[in-house]
Design a protein around this ligand. Structure first.
Ligand SMILES: [Zn+2]
Length: 208
């Protein structure tokens, strides 16, 4: 039963239109998107921002509402550098259940609007867990759900060289790359990752 449910979910997610659920960035074969989940982290996030700024490329930050409240200056630093500030729920609960996910999302949208003066209408559920009520809510509120197609595995203790090698051998045009704001390895490798992508002819872009 579990297997059948999983298969149905996979099929449903694959047929969802890109306007609602983004897993790859198919319309641009020479572009990729760099995404950074969780945080903001008071020490690591500024290092990531600086590394991107040094390479003159932009990234997408899926921040948590509760940590944006704690570190609004870091959110503003990222926004002022031209990066996208996006919604990764308020508390990063393991599973956003039916009773709380609306509040988790709308509260975080308001925090982004309060700090940046605008919202990008993009949402990534914690752990990438999507449910039908969540999909319907996002659809009816004009929020696009963003998944990923390349996992750097920085949150699974992948080492700098491993991450760089994986990017070199696996990343292709249209990929959405997943990194994490609270992983030191991410901050230390991101400059190299950007250079590898640029050398392969893939330019990091933002969501429109
Ligand atoms: Zn997360």
């Amino acid at each position: 039963m579990k297997m059948i449910k999983k298969t149905i979910k996979k099929i449903v997610l694959n047929i969802l239109p890109l306007s609602l659920f983004l897993k790859t960035f198919k319309n641009c074969s020479n572009s990729i998107v760099l995404t950074f989940d969780d945080g903001p982290h008071p020490e690591i996030t500024p290092l990531i921002i600086n590394a991107l700024d040094e390479k003159k490329v932009k990234g997408v930050f899926f921040f948590q509402g509760n940590l944006m409240e704690k570190y609004p200056e870091i959110v503003l630093m990222a926004y002022k550098s031209g990066h996208q500030i996006t919604n990764h729920s308020y508390s990063h609960a393991r599973k956003l259940n039916f009773s709380n996910f609306k509040q988790e999302i709308s509260k975080t949208e308001k925090i982004i609007e309060n700090i940046c003066g605008r919202s990008f209408h993009l949402f990534r559920p914690p752990y990438g867990i999507v449910s039908l009520p969540l999909l319907l809510y996002c659809f009816s509120n004009g929020l696009k759900i963003v998944h990923w197609s390349f996992d750097s595995k920085d949150s699974l203790s992948a080492k700098r060289t491993e991450i760089a090698d994986n990017v070199r051998s696996t990343v292709k045009g249209g990929d959405i790359l997943l990194f994490h704001n609270d992983e030191k390895e991410c901050a230390s490798v991101i400059g190299e990752v950007v250079q590898i992508c640029l050398d392969k002819g893939y330019h990091p872009v933002l969501f429109s």
